[in-house]
Design a protein around this ligand. Structure first.
Ligand code: 0X9
Ligand code: ZN
Length: 319
């Protein structure tokens, strides 16, 4: 764990070892938990970053790798956890304040079967690996499988399509695992971040319609704050706005489902790059991408902390 290289991409077996290692070494504030099993029965492990506190804490959720080929996303989730730990040991006030009120749940790879397939068979694989059509085609786009305006936009009922929405809403075990967790904790979840690549965007709801989300002005303001924080780090431009306007309309996404469940601060991040390398972002861009994304994510988490814990958020922490 001390030697783990955060500036290269890692195959799933190394990420599993990393999860185990982190939870073991930093057990005072990082624990691992089972969210569910993938189609091919692999454990979906997530990390909970938490510090003892008197407060009834709220939850921030971050998932990475719902799309198999977007390798920079799992790299960011690992970077994020590493930064929380390092900053914690440095007694960083920013992170201390957040963890007074918020527990952060990180799912480093949501679509594990697909991620493995993208390492072993087909680098540009996107979907999960469930079998359809009597084994004639494979994979559901997990970000089209949530129960929100299901299979109406940028979705296909054809199982060989890259945007196959599944046989029904939440037909996939990976989707179900996320849905069960979010539903059971929805009273406490205040922020839901889902990490993708590429395009350099911070997307607000909705994807399934061009209509504006609830509390749009505030949500858009937060996305813009995050985008400008990201740009400050390395000068890389990120744009903020509704998914349907900046990218295209898409239905059945996790972000929209979570937003319509009542969680305002639900964002999709599209990390680097802007189209030159697309999904195969070179390893020398992992560090700068993670550094700038960290700034954006922290901006959102700090905003949420101030909003839900207006008096407690700025309390001085004594050790
Ligand atoms: O199409 C998608 O699922 C995402 N783009 S990607 O190129 N990474 O596949 C965007 C999803 C955005 N979702 C919402 N705004 N709801
Ligand atoms: Zn994606």
């Amino acid at each position: 764990i001390n030697e783990y290289n955060y500036t290269t991409y890692h195959p799933m077996n190394e990420i599993y070892d990393w999860i185990n290692g982190i939870a073991k070494k930093h057990s005072q504030f990082v624990t691992q938990h089972l969210l569910g099993l993938t189609y091919e029965s692999r454990p979906m492990q997530y990390l909970k970053i938490s510090q003892p506190s008197e407060n009834h804490k709220k939850i921030v959720w971050i998932d990475c790798g719902i799309h198999a080929r977007e390798w920079i996303a799992p790299a960011f989730c690992q970077w994020f956890v590493k930064e929380q730990i390092v900053q914690n040991y440095q007694n960083d006030q920013r992170i201390r304040k957040i963890l007074q009120n918020l527990d952060i749940y990180v799912l480093p790879v949501l679509n594990i079967d697909g991620y493995i397939y993208s390492w072993t068979k087909e680098r540009l694989w996107r979907k999960n690996r469930s079998q359809y059509g009597n084994g004639t085609c494979y994979g559901v786009d997990l970000n089209r499988n949530f129960n929100v305006s299901w299979c109406t936009h940028r979705s296909s009922t054809n199982c060989s399509s890259n945007s196959f929405c599944g046989s029904s809403p939440v037909s996939e075990p990976e989707t179900r695992a996320v849905v069960e967790f979010v539903e059971s904790r929805k009273a406490d979840i205040v922020c839901f971040l889902t990490m993708h690549s590429y395009s350099q965007l911070i997307l607000t709801a909705y994807g399934y319609s061009t209509g504006l989300s609830r509390n749009y002005n505030e949500i858009f303001k937060v996305a813009e704050m995050a985008a400008s924080a990201m740009e400050k780090i390395h000068g890389t431009k990120y744009r903020a706005g509704p998914f349907s306007k900046l990218l295209y309309e898409a239905s059945g996404t996790s972000q929209d489902w979570v937003h319509d469940l009542g969680i305002d601060f639900s964002f999709t991040f599209e990390l680097r790059d802007n189209g030159s390398h697309k999904f195969t972002l070179p390893e020398d861009q992992i560090q700068p991408t993670c550094e700038e994304t960290m700034a954006g994510v922290m901006t959102i988490i700090e905003y949420v902390n101030e909003k839900y814990f207006p008096n407690k958020a700025s309390t001085t922490v004594f050790n």
